[in-house]
Write a protein that binds this ligand. Sequence first.
Ligand code: AMP
Length: 216
Amino acid sequence: MITLALSKGRIFDETLPMLAAAGIEVLEDPDKSRKLILPTNRADLRVVLVRASDVPTYVEYGGADIGVAGKDSLIEHGGHGLYQPLDLQIAKCRVSVAVPRDFDYAHAVRQGARLRVATKYTHIAREFFARKGVHVDLVKLYGSMELAPLTGMADAIVDLVSTGNTLRANNLVEVEHIMDISSQLIVNQAALRLKQAAMRPLIDTFAAATAPVATV
Ligand code: AMP
């Protein structure tokens, strides 16, 4: 049995067509079912649904053999013990710094001000501001980062941005683009050795679905 870890939302939705291309179907809709283990049409493959930030941990400790994780979650996790064979080019977005529209970020940085930054992505934020030489106090949050500057709890946030609609709706503007994000295939190294015969074809399925279509 191979266990594939996915998170609900964009990663699940964008992984399904990759599996479907190899004739693999997930037999329950996670939006309609409360089940955390979903069967597929293949007796030797099941899907487990976990929080996006927990996918690397499940794969590291063998709760899942293989998983799809955002680069953001992987960097925060550290990536230890994981084989990362493929960038799947799905669930693309970016990690950015955003501030309230009326906050002069460039001026604050020039002045050497100490900024309070709210984020779920403390590793990415710490590394980014350290490289830039900006002093920050990081406030760890687990969601709704946009609220922190609106309530005066932080000067800035570091968060995922896709269309920018969430920032705009909350009167925030993007002032730094830290990095581009996409989802990676991650594999438990022991599972790859012990379940070679079943794991290789599954990794190849993802590779085939990721490869750019050849044009003649
Ligand atoms: P948007 O309004 O399209 O810029 O999306 C921003 C909101 O969606 C933020 O709350 C993000 O945390 C979340 N988000 C955007 N892209 C992703 C992604 N690829 N994976 C997970 N969450 C995302």
